[in-house]
Ligand binder design. Structure first.
Ligand SMILES: Cc1ncc(COP(=O)(O)O)c(C=O)c1O
Length: 410
């Protein structure tokens, strides 16, 4: 294709005049292609798909019933702007009930069209050219991408097994701390599955105050906390003075595609977010916000979602352990993040997690997501489609049979 007349007009942040010409294939595209190849070459082999990071279920019937009713309500037809009071009030009740966090729904909570846009918009409130955002790696990159769009840069904080998958805040050079405006955290952490502790959050608050940094804690997976009750950053004294927490309806309520979440915490940061948001979108459809409010008020949903993914993680861990993997049920999320095999009993070697992942999908139709940012790890998601517990067991049996045959070496 010849270049359009506007080829030189693309902004540098997306590649400038070279935009659209790169041949680099991104990780998730490589996985998709390998999946297509495995399906085409081995139609007889069931694809065991641990690659998808999306809930496998629809939103609960009670939530869909509210949506079905509200979609016909003419009062819901217009722009929602910065959100309806009923949703903010339900969010405040949810924060109080689950985490003991008291928030003023009028000033300290604002809805967002999912947590992704909130992470994309918050840098606009703080980042000038030359400013720094501190971000954990591996992780969800959106706030970092937008930091760069505004002329800032990202300082990566590796989440290493040696540090128990916490960032080493003390290792950040003084000049970086001086330039840093945002610290973006995500606990329960995706992909490592690590839960935050009160002690860690206290250290984060001290760090933020000492270096005058705003904390953005991404709580997208918070309802998927196992073993320990879900912990909100805002429940730790002093947290509301230094930042905000972003909540999502996606994971904990099976409402991935509905696009709804909320930002809560320091009143002035919530206000700045609302101002940026008001200049970016016109709010989520009011019927969806009302259905979201009903979900937030339903005390039965989080337990059911949690129980399902915990059960699946337990089965997966038991299966992988039998095949040589050294893994434990994670503290949270629906991901198992586990060291990638270095090779196979037959002498095959894998230099990276990506190489191991490509082998598993193309040769054995087992789909995983590789991470090579801070050690070689594979992420297994338990959001595969299986209608009942027996189907889960059948999938685990297939996984075990295929892995035992190749004997991974670690
Ligand atoms: C860590 C993390 N943050 C945020 C998101 C975005 O979630 P939402 O659906 O609320 O936009 C995801 C989705 O995968 C995620 O894993």
């Amino acid at each position: 294709m010849s270049d359009p007349y506007f080829q030189n007009l693309f902004a540098d942040r997306i590649g400038g005049a070279n935009y659209g010409k790169g041949s680099e294939i991104y990780k998730f595209e490589k996985i998709k292609r390998a999946k297509r190849k495995a399906l085409a070459e081995h139609p007889e082999r069931t694809l065991v798909d641990f690659g998808i990071g999306e809930n496998d279920e629809m939103a609960p019937e009670s939530v869909r019933a509210v949506m079905a009713k509200e979609i016909h309500n003419p009062q819901n037809r217009g722009y929602a702007d910065n959100g309806i009071t009923a949703y903010k009030e339900a969010a405040a009740r949810f924060m109080q009930r689950n985490f003991g966090v008291s928030l003023d729904p009028a000033k300290e909570i604002n809805h967002s069209i999912g947590s992704k846009p909130a992470l994309a918009m918050l840098p606009a409130a703080f980042i000038n050219p030359g400013d720094v955002t501190l971000m954990t790696v591996p992780g969800y990159p959106v706030a970092g991408t937008h930091t760069r769009y505004y002329g800032g840069s990202v300082y990566r904080l590796p989440l290493l097994a040696a540090n128990d998958f916490f960032p080493d805040l003390a290792s950040i050079p003084a000049d970086v701390c001086a330039q840093a405006k945002l610290l973006v955290l995500n606990y329960p952490n995706s992909p490592t599955g690590k839960l935050a502790t009160r002690d860690f959050y206290q250290r984060v608050i001290e760090f933020a105050q000492r270096h005058q940094i705003v904390v953005v804690q991404d709580a997208a997976h918070i309802l998927l906390s196992y073993g320990a009750p879900p912990l909100s950053f805002l429940s730790v004294p002093g947290a509301k003075d230094v930042g905000v927490e972003i909540h999502s309806m996606s994971k904990g309520f099976h409402m991935i595609g509905w696009r709804l979440g909320f930002v809560c915490g320091h009143e002035r940061i919530v206000q700045a977010f609302a101002d940026i948001k008001d200049n970016s979108d016109s709010g989520q459809f009011i019927a969806i916000q009302k259905a979201g409010a009903a979900a937030l008020d339903d005390t039965t949903i989080p337990g059911q979602v949690r129980e399902k993914y915990q059960r699946r993680l337990q089965k997966l861990v038991a299966t992988l352990k039998k095949c040589g993997f050294a893994c434990e049920v994670p503290g949270g999320t629906y991901f198992l993040y586990t060291p990638s095999p270095k090779g196979l009993a037959d002498g095959t070697k894998f230099e990276t997690a990506e190489a191991a992942s490509q082998y598993l999908i193309t040769e054995h139709s087992i789909c995983t997501v590789p991470w090579d940012d801070a050690g070689a790890f594979l992420r297994f998601s338990v959001t595969y489609e299986a209608p009942a517990a027996e189907a889960e067991d059948a999938l685990m049996a297939q996984t075990e049979a295929r892995l035992k045959q190749i004997k991974p070496v670690f």
